[in-house]
Ligand binder design. Structure first.
Ligand SMILES: O=C(O)CCC(=O)C(=O)O
Length: 189
């Protein structure tokens, strides 16, 4: 399958493989993962994150959140290997952050996945369940892209984490639960 090129700017590219995993069951993925509610510290105050999350991969910490090393399940490995084969033959991953947006009130603010331990060359993001808008913003120019991510879509961010940020804004009408699985390569420390 040839991807749609959402943006290409110097070494940065964002690619969309529509419906690559449309046969997966959102309900099965929700039931299969050990979701947890993290708290995030911001401006000296602690808040519950507006989504549930889980992690598989090496031990990893960012901001006030700490993940212990956790093995991939066979189902998660199957998905990751299918992405490596069908969408990113030049890249491989060793970790996944899973997000569960329970309804349109769950969201993720503007950020970059630019911690030193993340290989910024390729991050692969899979969506299951309800459609949500994925926003991209160029940090210098402010130029914006809106990509409605649908069930089974695979979005690849190549070398985007320096110049671009991304977010999932709240959407009152988006009431179907949505899972996002973000595969990354965590560099050995
Ligand atoms: O839910 C999404 O599509 C985005 C997830 C994300 O930005 C992240 O995990 O860093």
């Amino acid at each position: 399958m040839n991807p749609e090129i959402i943006l290409a700017d110097r070494e940065s590219r964002c690619l969309l493989f529509t419906g690559l995993f449309q046969n997966e069951s959102t309900e099965q993925w929700i039931a299969a993962l050990p979701w947890r509610q993290n708290e995030i510290r911001m401006f000296g105050k602690t808040h519950p994150e507006p989504r549930l999350t889980t992690w598989m991969g090496p031990a990893y910490r960012y901001a006030s959140i700490e993940w212990s090393k956790a093995p991939f399940t066979s189902e998660m490995r199957r998905l990751m290997e299918a992405i490596e084969r069908q969408a990113t033959p030049d890249n491989s991953y060793n970790a996944v952050l899973a997000n569960l947006y329970r309804d349109g009130q769950d969201a993720m603010g503007w950020h970059r996945d630019n911690e030193r331990s993340i290989d910024k060359q390729s991050i692969a993001s899979v969506s299951f369940g309800g459609t949500r808008d994925f926003l991209i913003r160029h940090r210098a120019s402010g130029e914006k892209w809106t990509v409605p991510l649908q069930h089974g879509d695979v979005l690849i961010m190549e070398s985007m984490q320096d110049d671009f940020e991304h977010s999932i804004p709240r959407r009152k009408q988006a009431n179907a639960p949505r899972i996002n699985l973000t595969f990354r390569h965590i560099l050995a420390s």
